[in-house]
Design a binder for this molecule. Structure first.
Ligand SMILES: NC(=O)c1ccc[n+]([C@@H]2O[C@H](COP(=O)([O-])OP(=O)(O)OC[C@H]3O[C@@H](n4cnc5c(N)ncnc54)[C@H](O)[C@@H]3O)[C@@H](O)[C@H]2O)c1
Length: 256
């Protein structure tokens, strides 16, 4: 009897947070995972407990030379690529007047350019396996808010890029979907979430809490898997209901 080959995912921004939780979950599910991150030290300590199922790729997704090199190293090591998770992201919140071009580019080069470059480099390998791309957007890309001119715009662009990818790459059997997380207490979020923002999120989220890395990872892993074999071009918010609501939740919770 021939054995089904173990599937391989490449996850960017996998040294910590949502990316690392996704790598851990997919390895538990039987995948082998290439973990890519520009923070070399954090990457090697995160990957060490994952053993032979993990490969470290110390690269920066915003560097146009890095993407082809990362894909080649992954293919040389594992022999195939079934899923690309474009998760690496940076957050930098500030008013429009204070967002100079360098600050704008710092956000765009990782959050948007990185997704474009990695996906383009991975396409030939994903074509071989009828693989999947999962891009990580944000609720900040679905709804505008204060201080997010660069971050929110980069994530809105990722949402549209996902639809472009689904439209063009469906021809090759490649699926492309986007997960938009609500707030999760990672290093990225805690650097920009003031107490005001934390309180406002609790007020605006029907489930009345932050999500966990694992809750976001479950949605990503599903979209990478063949359980989602007829799902492409979709934008899925894993956000405790934030996107679906409007005003009024606090008054519901705090009757006088
Ligand atoms: N945490 C949240 O509340 C939240 C909400 C919505 C969306 N997101 C998105 O989820 C994704 C993961 O975020 P997280 O909260 O786990 O953040 P995190 O800061 O914990 O992890 C992000 C990882 O990406 C890496 N990284 C950043 N820029 C990189 C680059 N140019 N090249 C390679 N690696 C790079 C970092 O070194 C880090 O390890 C991001 O795209 C973020 O925008 C997070």
């Amino acid at each position: 009897m021939t054995q089904t080959p173990q599937k391989v995912a490449l996850i960017t921004g996998a040294a910590r947070g949502i990316g690392l939780a996704t790598a851990q979950l997919m390895i538990e599910d039987g995948w082998r995972v290439a973990l890519l991150d520009r923070d070399k030290d954090e990457l090697s300590s995160a990957a060490a407990p994952l053993g032979d199922a993990a490969l470290c790729l110390p690269h920066d997704v915003s560097n146009p030379q890095a993407a082809p090199l990362a894909i080649r190293t992954c293919l040389d090591h594992f022999g195939r690529l079934d899923a690309l998770v474009n998760n690496a992201g940076v957050a930098d919140f500030g008013p429009i007047e204070d967002t100079d071009f360098a600050r704008w580019r710092r956000v765009m080069e990782t959050n948007l350019d990185g997704v474009f470059l990695m996906s383009q480099a991975a396409t030939p390998a994903l074509r071989e396996t009828s693989g999947a791309i999962v891009n990580i957007g944000s609720i900040s890309g679905l709804r505008a808010s204060t201080l997010r001119v660069a971050y929110g715009t980069s994530k809105a662009a990722v949402i549209h890029l996902t639809k472009q990818q689904a439209a063009e790459l469906g021809e090759y059997g490649i699926r492309a979907n986007c997960v938009c997380p609500g707030p999760v207490r990672t290093k990225l979020a805690m650097a920009v979430h003031t107490q005001d923002i934390i309180d406002a999120y609790h007020d605006a989220i029907p489930l009345n809490r932050y999500g966990s890395e694992r809750e976001i990872a479950e949605v990503i892993a599903f979209l990478c898997s063949t359980k989602a074999s007829y799902v492409t071009g979709q934008i899925i918010a894993a956000d405790g209901g934030f996107e679906s609501t409007g005003v009024g939740l606090p008054s519901l919770r705090r009757p006088d």
